[in-house]
Design a protein around this ligand. Structure first.
Ligand code: FNR
Length: 178
């Protein structure tokens, strides 16, 4: 079994990015399993990094026992949401005990407009490369959440094959690099 820790950078109930994560999950190849990280964490405080809150330790353990990590990010003001950056900052600490180093990963994102969180994804890629993660280059997923889902919340026809292709490529990337 291949386990993927999934970071969705939106806490809201009707999040387009949560929908996108669930759509990818439904199209994963057999034997690959998603575990969703809880990013509703206290704000990072370096005074606490050697005695982290229990929820943060849980997040670090999830990443460490996972074969790969998928980041599903909205774009807030042309970058990643604070919720996501906060979680990454916690799990990257303390110095030399980052949970992310060497892990295979990929980034996808949905926005309410046509640009699909393009700039947030670019900003996040920079962070993940600094953290020494093995970032998948292709295919990129810039998802328009307003037109990409039907009224039933499922992917519209045409999106499904593309997202299945992404799910397969990511599973292959994780297997090749973990
Ligand atoms: C946004 N949104 C947005 N969209 C975009 O394409 N570029 C942007 O820079 C921003 N900036 C931004 C800032 C803030 C504070 C909010 C709340 C929203 C719109 C965003 O794409 C939309 O709200 C998505 O639906 C957010 O993702 P979830 O919560 O649906 O997953």
């Amino acid at each position: 079994m291949t386990t993927i820790a999934v970071f969705v950078g939106s806490l809201r109930k009707e999040s387009l990015n949560k929908k996108l994560a669930r759509a990818i999950e439904r199209l994963l190849p057999e034997g690959v399993n998603f575990e969703y990280a809880d990013l509703d964490l206290p704000l990072f405080n370096q005074d606490e990094e050697n005695d982290m809150p229990a929820k943060v330790l849980e997040l670090k353990r999830l990443v460490e026992r996972s074969d790969g990590v998928l980041f599903v990010t909205p774009e807030y003001n042309r970058s990643i949401p604070g919720v996501l950056k906060n979680a990454i900052d916690w799990a990257s600490r303390p110095w030399s005990q980052s949970s992310f180093a060497g892990k295979p990963t990929a980034i996808v994102g949905a926005s309410s407009g046509a640009l699909g969180a393009t700039q947030a994804q670019a900003a996040l890629r920079n962070v993940l490369l600094y953290l020494d993660m093995k970032v998948m280059g292709q295919p990129e997923v810039y998802f328009n959440g307003s037109t990409g889902f039907g009224p039933d919340g499922e992917l519209v026809e045409g999106s499904e094959d593309f997202i299945r292709g992404f799910a397969q490529a990511f599973a292959d990337h994780v297997k090749a690099n973990s």
